[in-house]
Every structure is written in structure tokens, then in C-alpha cells.
Write a protein that binds this ligand. Structure first.
Ligand code: ADP
Length: 257
């Protein structure tokens, strides 16, 4: 089998690693093991959607838009006891180094499904019978951790749309690279590392609404990674709260309150 060079699109299981991910306890982008990438959150960035948010998370750029609750068609899809939540995650063709074929693939169908399940666990669906709430997560630029950035953006967009929720959703990944458990993997770490463990939490209720694992960890490493990811998600929660509070203040000021 021909050797795969770094940077080449991976089609199989094996990828040649001749990149050093950690030097003197510091990662290739200068972070310590427990450090998040720089995160910027914005609310209400789209005029036409009922709610929207934009997240920059390291080199990830993610837009989320929400429509609803609105009547669902065709009518046979209606549920008289609750709203139907539909989340679609899309990786834009220009979001990665090699143009990605447009449209859904296995990966995006999976992320849409797990994101839908995470989001519907916080939305008060029973308040809006016979309706749908549509959530779109568009990854404009990807650099690993896009499902976490997407869920963080989607939960802000839902809040921006004024949809009642039991809690926000905050997300973050931890993983293992060169034998060390680290927070928030960027692309090279995700590609050449040993494991990635993204989680999404309900920060006030202290529940986990998404947990996936790609790679292998020992029981101790798993416990360590889970705690690290949880603490990372709590930091994201603080930023989300700050963004929401800032927005409320700005709306209030604009309205002359
Ligand atoms: P996440 O983005 O949630 O970490 P993955 O672990 O599946 O999800 O993907 C890691 C990264 O790999 C993505 O953020 C993206 O940078 C890259 N990637 C994913 N799918 C593709 C693809 N089809 N083509 C090129 N790069 C991709």
C-alpha cells in the first residue's frame, strides 16, 4: 500500500504521522494541555431567520439559524403533543482544504442526528404542538471540533429566536495526543492524535446530551478527558451567558428602555 503523506486526503484507516504535536509541554498552536482555542460568539447575525448566531472557535467558522416554531407540512408529520425538532448540519464545500462534494454524506447525516437529539432534549417541545422547529448549522470553515461549535451556535440561535428551553447547550471536546489528555483538539491533533471525545452538556442541569468517542482511551484517561471536556464546556457556557446578557442590554438600550 502506498504511504500517505501528511495533508493528503485520507481514505483509509492509516495515516503517516511525522509531525510532532507536543514540544516541551506546549501544543503546535502554542496552547497548554487544558487550554481552549480562542472563541468569539455573536447573536442575531441574520435578518431573515427567527434566530441566529455566529461562532468562531479557533479556525472554525460556524453559522446557525433557527426557523419556528411554525406549522409543519405535510400535515401527517404533525405531532399533536409536541413540536418536531429538525437539525441539519452541513459542511460547506469551501470549508476544508480540498473542495468537499456538496450535499449530505454519512458524516453530516450522523452529526445532524446526534445534534437533533441533543437540541430536542432542552427545547420545551410540548409547548408547541403540531409545529416544527428547524435548525441549520452551516460550517463555513472547519478545523476540528465543528459539532461542538455547531451545537454551541445552535443553542444561542434558539435563545435568539426566543424559543423556551430548559437549559442552554454548551459543548467542547477533549482527546489524547502523544499519550497526553488535552482539551479542544484542532485539526492536526484530531488527524494525528489517538482519540477525540466531543461532549455537549446542559450546564445548569449538569447533564450530558451528547458524548461520542473516536479512538481509544483507558478508563483513567476517559475519566480525565471527560472532566476536562466538561470543564471546557462550562467555560463555553460562561461565554454564551455573557453574549446573551450583552445582547439583552443592547436591545434594551436600542429600544430606549
Ligand atoms: P468535528 O469537526 O466535530 O471534530 P470530525 O472529527 O468528523 O468532526 O472531523 C474533524 C475535522 O476533519 C473537521 O472539523 C474538518 O476539519 C475535517 N473534515 C471532516 N470531514 C471532512 C471532509 N469530508 N473533507 C475534508 N475535511 C474534513
Amino acid at each position: 500500500m502506498a504511504e500517505i503523506e501528511i495533508g493528503e486526503v485520507e481514505t483509509g484507516e492509516h495515516i503517516k504521522k511525522d509531525i510532532q504535536l507536543i514540544k516541551d509541554g506546549i501544543r503546535i498552536d502554542g496552547r497548554r494541555f487544558d487550554e481552549l482555542r480562542k472563541i468569539t460568539l455573536k447573536l442575531g447575525v441574520l435578518k431573515r431567520a427567527d434566530g441566529s448566531a455566529y461562532v468562531e472557535w479557533g479556525k472554525n467558522k460556524v453559522l446557525a439559524a433557527v426557523y419556528g416554531p411554525r406549522e409543519i407540512f405535510p400535515k401527517f408529520l404533525q405531532n399533536p403533543t409536541r413540536s418536531i425538532v429538525r437539525c441539519i448540519y452541513n459542511l460547506a464545500p469551501f470549508s476544508v482544504d480540498e473542495r468537499k462534494r456538496p450535499g449530505p454524506d454519512r458524516r453530516s447525516v450522523e452529526i445532524s442526528k446526534v445534534s437533533t437529539e441533543a437540541l430536542e432534549s432542552v427545547i420545551m417541545c410540548e409547548r408547541f404542538p403540531n409545529t416544527t422547529i428547524d435548525i441549520f448549522i452551516e460550517i463555513l470553515q472547519a478545523d476540528a471540533g465543528t459539532r461542538c461549535a455547531g451545537l454551541t451556535a445552535a443553542s444561542l440561535a434558539l435563545a435568539d429566536a426566543g424559543i423556551p428551553m430548559k437549559d442552554l447547550i454548551s459543548a467542547c471536546a477533549a482527546g489524547k495526543i502523544e499519550g497526553h489528555v488535552v482539551l479542544d483538539l484542532m485539526k492536526e491533533e484530531d488527524n494525528y492524535g489517538e482519540c477525540d471525545l466531543p461532549i455537549a452538556i446542559m450546564p445548569r442541569k449538569k447533564g450530558i446530551v451528547l458524548l461520542q468517542m473516536d479512538g481509544k482511551l483507558t478508563r483513567d484517561e476517559f475519566d480525565k478527558a471527560l472532566k476536562l471536556a466538561y470543564d471546557g464546556a462550562m467555560k463555553v457556557y460562561e461565554m454564551q451567558k455573557e453574549t446573551l446578557m450583552k445582547n439583552i442590554t443592547e436591545v434594551g438600550e436600542g429600544d430606549g428602555y
